[in-house]
Design a protein around this ligand. Structure first.
Ligand code: SF4
Length: 337
């Protein structure tokens, strides 16, 4: 399962774009897409591609020359809407160069780009309308003899997104790129993406994913990683934090403890399970599946490993003692390899 994100820098600004892509690579991004708005942006891709380590997909609208120029700049993929690239003759030129260079083409459809006739026939951007439009584009590409395709159907409405992609998976064998488009900001956007993308992945639908959030793409990559981690689909799973919801037995600032431990785990790249529990009586038992954990008590806390208590420390030393235990546990894991 491949995580994709999209730069939000001006692609013509090579330095800023490369800087952002390198940060996204570090966070786990595996394919990057950049908007190509003009000739200068298409030309800039050459310098960008040379300095990054993940495949670049050029995102093109309307102008077939930008697709040609981007491919000449060495991108590893292009995303177009075959219906708006300027007609069959121009589309053929794009396909011929893609064929020559073995470059996959992602055919993207979303509610806002549907053909008038299809919208009219279905009475709006329904799942069936989205699939009909996508399959029309696929047929067009196949008629031109091109089959190195990826398909994406995007919608900002979760039920429409789910239904459209389920229908698509039934009628085509091409790889499917998943993304709930224009998901919004903050928590709601994360929930929308997790529901849309996560549900389909759990059903075995989807080959690449992009979480779209308004703002820093770094957050998109983090959310995408979490979706894959929690579904156990990550190629390189990271740590998992479990924390109890607190209840009348909690006598410690558990939210602070959980957030601090979450911060410590940002630097960990191993699939360990860490629990932060609110009471010393039930905590270690409830978090039996955790590799490592802490349980708060009144003025003190317990640190436990694989369900067994390893130390009891005053509340003010709990986080530093836990950090040491975490480091030691990671060292032990490294020695095992
Ligand atoms: Fe309550 Fe303790 Fe369970 Fe947390 S671990 S929910 S404090 S019983």
């Amino acid at each position: 399962m491949v995580i994709q994100s999209m730069t939000n820098t001006d692609t013509r600004d090579v330095e800023a774009t490369v800087r952002q892509i390198l940060t996204l690579e570090d966070a786990g991004c595996q394919v990057i897409r950049s908007a190509v708005v003009d000739e200068e942006a298409a030309a800039a891709l050459e310098a960008i591609v040379r300095r990054i380590h993940i495949p670049m997909v050029a995102d093109i609208h309307f102008d077939y020359r930008l697709a040609l120029k981007s491919m000449e700049s060495g991108v590893q993929g292009i995303r177009i809407n075959p219906g708006n690239i300027g007609g069959i003759r121009k589309l053929r030129q794009v396909v011929e160069l893609a064929q020559e260079r073995n470059i996959p083409i992602r055919v993207g459809v979303n509610g806002g780009s549907l053909e008038k006739e299809i919208l009219h026939k279905h009475g709006g951007p329904t799942p069936e309308a989205l699939v009909e439009s996508a399959m029309g584009h696929v047929s067009l590409m196949e008629e031109l003899g091109y089959g190195n395709l990826k398909i994406s159907i995007k919608s900002s409405n979760v039920p429409t997104f789910l239904k459209a992609n389920r229908l698509l998976a039934k009628v085509c064998d091409y790889p499917i790129h998943l993304g709930v488009t224009e998901a919004g900001v903050g928590q709601n956007a994360v929930i929308k993406s997790a529901l849309g993308i996560g549900t389909l992945l759990a059903e075995g639908i989807g080959d690449t994913i992009r979480v779209s959030l308004t703002g820093d793409p770094l957050e998109e990559v983090r959310v995408a990683r979490s979706i894959l981690d929690f579904l156990e689909l990550s190629e390189k799973p990271g740590p998992e934090l479990i924390s109890c919801p607190t209840c009348g037995r909690t006598e410690i600032d558990l939210e602070h403890l959980a957030r601090s431990v979450e911060k410590m785990l940002e630097k960990v790249d191993r699939p360990i399970r860490v629990a932060v529990m609110g009471c010393p009586v039930n905590g270690p038992g409830e978090a039996r599946e955790a590799d490592l954990g802490l349980a708060g008590g009144k003025g003190q806390g317990l640190i436990f490993k694989k369900g067994q208590i390893v130390s009891k420390v005053p509340e003010e030393e709990l986080l530093s003692a836990f950090a040491r235990e975490l480091e030691e546990y990671i060292r032990e894991l490294e020695q095992e390899v």
